[in-house]
Design a binder for this molecule. Sequence first.
Ligand code: UDP
Length: 600
Amino acid sequence: MPKNETKTREELSRKLLNKLSATDKKPNQVFSLARLPLFHFFHRLWHIIFIIPILPFVSGFHFILILRRIFSSKPVFRTENCYGKKGNLITVKYFNTSTFSNLALFYYVVSGKLNLIGYSMNTQREIGDAFIYDYAPGAINLWYIRSASRTAYEGIKETDKEFVSNLLLKAELNPSLISFIRLVKAEFLLFIRFLVARAFRSLQKVKYLPHLIDPIFLFNTRLRNVSMQQTLEQIKNTINNRDYLSSTPTRRKIYFVNPDCFNKTFAQANADYRKILTESSPSDWIFADGIGINIAVDMLGYPKNENINGTDLLPRLVELAAENNFSLFLLGAREGIADKMKESLTSTYPELNIKGVQHGYFNWETESAGIVERINALKVDILLVAFGAPYQERWLEKWFPHLNCSIAIGVGGLFDFYSGRIKRAPRWLRDIGLEWVYRLLMEPRRMFHRYIIGNPLFLSRVKHIQKTAAWLTSKIKKASKKHDLQIIDFSQLGIIKERHTALVDIFPLMADFCVQRQIPVCLLADSEADARKCNRNLSLIFPELMFLPKMPAEKNIFCLIISSSLNNPEMEILKTENYHAICLIDKRFISEFKQITILD
Ligand code: UDP
């Protein structure tokens, strides 16, 4: 292609993209791309040809649902609204099932209301934000794929824009056969990514939890569950509050955990690391990173928000720091790596203030005090520590009280990525949660144990947690048959200690069981106020679960009691009056759930 022509196209593309952004501000101004009828005709044709083999399956499924409708009162469809062509609100029907409900959308692809692959069908988007476009949304879309791997950090609007500008617009600017083939190929690859995303989504076990909550729990560790945007806002607030309210400074350590980190906590030599994670103060934050964790919390019934990891956080954190004049110090990695990272970051963000760097191969016993003094003298806001887990966590536990920075983050091998020493997986691979495959290919020797042995081991350990929940529910089932009071002290249970789990980890599974069996739950907290707060939160999180605000007057109703201690005064009443109940003693459960935040 002649150079001039490329340039003209680039200019045209830039103009169109600008015009497209302008439509966000003027919702009524519709940017019509329907001026390429032949191109559009073939584009639609390929979608229809693609779904023809699927349609008999859809109709078969539909037929079974109609039969079910005859024998039960369950309707065949449920309806939802979304924004269609030109931002008009449209109503679409889904099959009224827990799985394969989206199959009904294929009918709309045939009718033209939807595309097979397109921008998102989200209903939450405001009209001003809508991608007002003369093109239907897609039953399969990038937003869905990224949400499944919890990597849709950019939000719906930006994700839609990315899809439209990278795929559709590029092709429509140049409606030739080659660009059509490229578009079909890109859409086909998106379809494959959708299948992987769909497989991850289907692992979700407890489906009735309607809200995202923060925190969630895994291996007795409190994991923050906020979005990328919320994380950045809270980091900003931490640093700013510290400036203005210095009498009550909040300083935070931030750690990331992945399946490998949890595997490490099972080694006797890392008992201290395990303690750091399980006994972390609520002012410190632990974020869970990786598809392994997404699968694990899905298996345990906790809905997971975005995947917050050091590598995705860093560019956004650096942008935040540059905008707000927050200073940084880079500590860790091999000699020269932190310098390279500084160079590369400051070339992208010239206003960024990286006050100092220090490699991580110093004597941690003898030289740490001097390095801490140096960091303190520089008065930095954010300290990044890159020694790898659990070394950075150990170092920070020891030295954070002596540091004066607002935020210290343990970032593992992050400097190696941002200095360019190791390449990061491409976005499409990260979108489907397979970044680890790329890392394995890049460093097979080092990563073999971590991923090939570590991932299945981690999942088997999560499976053990599920089994613990099953063991407990079988205890509850047995107890419900005997008319007496059974008390189980969680802190004394060998099975719980051995599996590094806790009641907070398995509660969604237990709650699911109690909903199905209609077993009410009653909380005995240290104070009435605690019980009230906890009850309120739990009834929002588990709306189908029955909570008794007080001990049941009717002693014959079997219930599950959770008490914060064996010495609770009401425990005596329970024992003397011989209640028909199973009572779990757990000191952490109520204190955690009383503070939980419901995010949506
Ligand atoms: N590292 C260090 N000092 C040490 C040992 C390791 O600074 O004594 C650095 C190492 O150069 C690497 C990082 O710590 O940059 C660990 O990277 P890894 O990928 O193992 O960490 P992960 O992200 O997996 O926790």
